[in-house]
Design a protein around this ligand. Structure first.
Ligand code: PLP
Length: 366
């Protein structure tokens, strides 16, 4: 049996008619930028998350960058961000001229550890970039309390948390603004790059919309130096066509996660993630003994897995100049040795999940 890590062609088959019609309509319209599908998707996504304003952008990384820049974060400022995340949540801080200050993560949820965040605050700290990693929502009550006590913005990176909920709200509606990615393999994915910023703040929404459109809301307005980072009509229409399926896809991922839990919980060599009520599953990340050997064993048996991530961000060459040691982030340092992401895409069959479990069991019990 072959179990790929993701299968985007299976997803296309399941939505083929809607997606093909959407693409055809855009092509026939001859309007590819600033068009009706973009506005429609922005409204639909703002409503889905529970925010007043959505701004479509070219990708999730630009969404983060646009938020930071539009909050006037820059040289001389510090922004606290998790050591354990995808690179975007740190690199965008660096690109503003501000300094990313890394905090370790909680070993249960893989998200910012509030006690470590509290230790990293200085008079220069302006904001927290909170990442809801793998679908788990960060400890928002604790982080919001810290932010409030210190006058900090909370910026949410929701690239892996489409429709995750906690504490009675949806990820992306807690902070001053949130960034979403619709990279093809995210829980809601475009057929290319795409992203969005959400915010409750009308004024910030306008500043972000200007920043990502050469500094103005219309073609010949340039009030500030900006960038070109837009969601285009093709991607917006594809996202609109796929959006109705998102709850069912999320439910499928969660069902596969429960299946893995039921089959693998007894293995002492594995530590399974706790998927809380309301949280979604973007990645199903186990911690395991002999990770690299297990990954090779699975690959040899036709099962593709990935490591998210091979290195915590402070230990990447991009941040070598910060001089961090493993002991600075003990949880992240351990995660980089032990994490393995198992296939959890919606279209997996129960037989495929069982087969992955059989292979893992065989590896540890042979
Ligand atoms: C995917 C991802 C991003 C960036 O999204 P792009 O659309 O690829 O730029 C940012 N943060 C996290 C945690 C991600 O997983």
């Amino acid at each position: 049996m072959r179990v790929p890590f993701v299968d985007l062609t299976a997803q296309y088959q399941a939505t083929r008619e809607a997606v093909d019609n959407a693409i055809q309509a855009v092509v026939a319209s001859g309007t590819f930028i600033h068009s009706a599908p973009v506005n429609q998707f922005e409204s639909a996504w703002a409503q889905a998350i529970g925010c007043n304003h959505a701004i479509g952008v070219a990708n999730g990384t630009d969404a983060l960058f646009a938020i930071l820049r539009s909050l006037h974060i820059g040289a001389g400022d510090e922004v606290i961000t998790p050591a354990w995340s995808w690179i975007s949540s740190a690199e965008t801080i660096s690109l503003t001229g501000a300094k990313p200050v890394f905090a370790d993560v909680d070993p249960g949820t893989f998200t910012l550890a509030p006690h470590d965040v509290a230790l990293k605050i200085t008079p220069r700290t302006k904001a927290l970039v909170v990442v809801h990693l793998y679908g788990a929502v960060a400890d928002m009550p604790a982080l919001q309390a810290i932010a409030k006590a210190n006058g900090l913005w909370i910026i949410e990176d929701c690239a892996q948390a489409h429709l995750s909920t906690a504490h009675g709200a949806t990820a992306g509606s807690f902070g001053v603004a949130s960034a979403f990615s619709f990279y093809p393999t995210k829980n809601l994915g475009a057929m290319g790059d795409a992203g969005a910023v959400l915010t409750h703040d009308a004024d910030l929404a306008v500043r972000i919309r200007r920043f990502v459109n050469h500094g103005g809301l219309t073609k010949d307005e340039h009030l500030v130096p900006g960038i070109n980072s837009r969601l285009d009509a093709l991607q917006a229409s594809i996202l609109l066509a796929k959006l109705p399926q998102l709850p069912a896809w999320n439910a499928q991922r969660k069902r596969h996660a429960a299946h893995y839990q039921a089959r693998l919980a007894h293995l002492t060599a594995l530590q399974l993630p706790a998927v809380a009520e309301g949280h979604t599953v973007h990645l199903f990340v186990v911690r395991c003994h002999r990770r690299n050997e297990l990954q090779a064993h699975l690959q040899a048996h036709g099962v593709s897995t990935h490591v998210h991530y091979p290195s915590a961000i402070p230990f990447e060459p991009a941040y070598a100049s910060f001089g961090h040691q493993l002991a600075d982030f003990p949880v992240s340092a351990k995660l980089q040795q032990h994490v393995l992401s198992l296939p959890v895409y919606p279209e997996l069959s129960d037989e495929q999940v069982d087969y992955v479990c059989d292979c893992i069991q065989h590896f540890y019990e042979r």
